[in-house]
Design a protein around this ligand. Sequence first.
Ligand SMILES: Cc1ncc(COP(=O)(O)O)c(C=O)c1O
Length: 482
Amino acid sequence: MEQLIFEKSRKGRVGYSLPELDVDAYDINTKIPDKFIRKNDAELPEISENEIARHFLRLAHLNYNIDLGFYPLGSCTMKYNPKINEVTSSLSGFTELHPHSTDEMSQGALQVMFELGEALKEITGLHGVSLQPAAGSHGELTSILAFRAYHHARKDFKRTKILIPNAAHGTNPASAAIAGFEIVELKSNDAGRVDLDDLKSKLGDDIAGFMLTNPNTVGIFEKEILAITEMVRSCGGLTYMDGANLNALLGIARPGDMGFDCVHINLHKTFSTPHGGGGPGSGPICVSERLIPYLPVPHIEKVDDKFIMNFDKPESIGKVLAFWGNFGMLTRAYTYIRMHGAKGLREISENAIINSNYIRALIKDNYLLPYSEYGMHEFVISADYQKELGVSAKDIAKRLLDYGVHAPTIYFPLIVHECMLIEPTETETVETLENFADIMNKIAEEARTNPELVTGAPRNTPIRRVDDALAARKLNIRYKAN
Ligand SMILES: Cc1ncc(COP(=O)(O)O)c(C=O)c1O
């Protein structure tokens, strides 16, 4: 069992060496009010320098990551993070720039932000942009707050509902609810798309907007998208595209041309910034003309040859994040976009689509395909055949770990029974794709011939199967010495 750093602690051991203090000791007691002074020593581990380095390096090795292997997590677009991104985002002109620097002193950083915003506008076919939101879900919330501001500016207070398909990511209804709206759920049809009759029956003058993921969460393009956005707009609603799946559309189709008023972009998916561990992420939003006044402040603008932060936007919803967004993510995404150019971005999506459909073709004989048509950059399978043998999607996911591969997303979207959502991304080689398909086929064979092998997985990981429901419900991550 891996020791905690607290368990490695030995009294008096230190991991630093500092010179003797050569100034008068600061008189803490007279300068800091007594109530803020700690009376007891902090319970911190006492560890030597090389033990600290070894401890964290060993933990890092236990952790599966994108630099270690294939990570086909559907809906999450776990693509390779180019190392050049780390070089550009670490340039001292960026890292040493104080967030309170004046516009004059921040011209380079503002230029990067401005040009990234322009690129995102072009990619999405929309007219305004904010780089502030710190995640896709935060972009959703920011957008829905802008929807509310738009309707309220028109004194249209009766629009209290947001339409969301039942296949949507959980953050969509959560964001709309936090912004104060009631959620109206829409059915999906047998092909995995929005049920147009259900949509029609729920439209009315109480609808503030519609949130839709395209390609949708089962990896299928909404063919009737123009009809859908037109229906919503003609009843006075605003249209929102969850852009988590933008990796399928770059240079091929633009949300603005599909009739969307707004889209969020997960830079940590489509534009290769690091993903996982809760951030720091970045979820810029692009909006149509009519939503520009409500975007967060400041707007980054170019006036003559200078870049400025414009706070003078009276109808803005205000700030949604401290300072200017997760700037280090913006430089990485900017690098990625400039490195690929328009042609390269289109190739990214084309290859992502080909790779996904290739794996689907290689494993289709062993798993149930709930939707018969080809998908875009990701696809769903169901473990229903295996379930009849006593093996679940979760068992298969755990068994993949034994073969050294990260599992795909499981049990999402909720509309597919025993769902596995697989997204290889464009950055993987044909050998990696074929290796994954071989493993999936092998596990299907194991489920038929020796199901305990699968239901008892994982066997080769540092920790065997944990009770994740218990861990989530009774989370206890506080170390307390005996
Ligand atoms: C379809 C979809 N929408 C929204 C989100 C939320 O994005 P984020 O994780 O950046 O908050 C995700 C996240 O995985 C997603 O898959």
